[in-house]
Design a protein around this ligand. Structure first.
Ligand code: SME
Length: 157
């Protein structure tokens, strides 16, 4: 699906430049993305907790989720934590290693945030549309995640 990425990126860069607090930045970005992109229905961040070998739910915009902690390797989110690369799932019913949040979700994209090559967090987006994601989404979201590395330490978060 097509959408205007440049204008949204400008707004995101502004959020990043005026806020020093990570929670605030992640919260505002999740809200903006959900509001501006029609096929983004749940937008949130999971943060790596090395002590627990898993992901802790961070700021998000959208429906409540029971998945407040996800072990590395579990579900789409856990696989991205393990492989450190973006995963696009155009049809979640075809995915075996998947953690369902709601029956409305049809597709999902998860993009890692890397700090000095190390996985520190990820941006998770669920969509109620079938197969909505294109290369456009991947490029756009990877640009955002690249900018977010500055808010993380490489040792712990
Ligand atoms: N579907 C994800 C779980 C997180 S929720 O989408 C918010 C997964 O399979 O890891």
């Amino acid at each position: 699906m097509n959408f205007e990425t440049d204008k949204i990126l400008e707004e995101i860069f502004e959020i990043i430049s005026i806020n020093k607090d990570r929670e605030t930045v992640l919260e505002q970005i999740s809200r903006l993305l959900k509001e501006k992109v029609f096929h983004y229905d749940w937008v949130g961040f999971y943060l790596m907790d090395k002590m627990k070998s898993g992901l802790v739910l961070g700021p998000y915009t959208g429906a409540h989720t029971d998945h407040t902690f996800i072990s590395v390797g579990k579900g789409v989110c856990g696989q991205v934590a393990q492989n450190k690369t973006t995963m696009v799932v155009q049809d979640v019913t075809k995915m075996e290693n998947y953690l369902s949040c709601s029956i409305n979700v049809q597709s999902e994209i998860v993009v890692p945030v890397l700090k000095d090559g190390e996985f520190v967090a990820e941006l998770d987006i669920d969509s109620h549309s079938p197969a909505p994601f294109t290369e456009n989404d991947t490029i756009f979201l990877e640009k955002i995640c690249k900018e977010l590395a500055v808010f993380f330490n490489s040792i712990a978060n």
